[in-house]
Design a protein around this ligand. Structure first.
Ligand SMILES: [Zn+2]
Length: 122
């Protein structure tokens, strides 16, 4: 059993008409996805970051700034997917991120988990 990231992401081609969900500034050209589902459409810039920094690139996301950028993007690109879809995508990314955080906060399992009794010398 592996305690690595439960849902590793990889980059796939993306042909939809969505904004980047990492910076919110640009049109997505690829998408970060798990086996089951697409998590975050990303633009060319963020794709470079992703290739360079991996998951660190996603930690730079600032939700408030991102939403603001997405609204700006939507106003400038009225034909991209509607705010409802964008919001749904954001939610999906949030759920995934929360799951990842939880996994990362867990102490590394050592020898079958925490002892149920405190050590005798304490
Ligand atoms: Zn981007």
């Amino acid at each position: 059993m592996s305690f690595e990231f439960p849902e590793p992401l990889w980059e796939a081609n993306f042909f939809g008409n969505k904004p980047c969900l990492v910076c919110g500034n640009d049109k997505a050209v690829s998408v970060l996805r798990t086996v089951e589902t697409e998590i975050a459409p990303i633009c060319k810039n963020c794709s470079c970051d992703w290739n360079f920094y991996g998951y660190e690139a996603l930690k730079k996301v600032k939700p408030k700034q991102l939403i603001f950028n997405l609204i700006k993007f939507k106003l400038a690109h009225p034909f991209c997917s509607n705010m409802f879809t964008i919001y749904k995508d954001l939610k999906k990314m949030q759920v995934w991120a929360a799951k990842m955080m939880k996994k990362c906060e867990l102490p590394a399992p050592q020898g079958g988990g925490l002892p149920t009794q405190p050590p005798a010398h304490l």
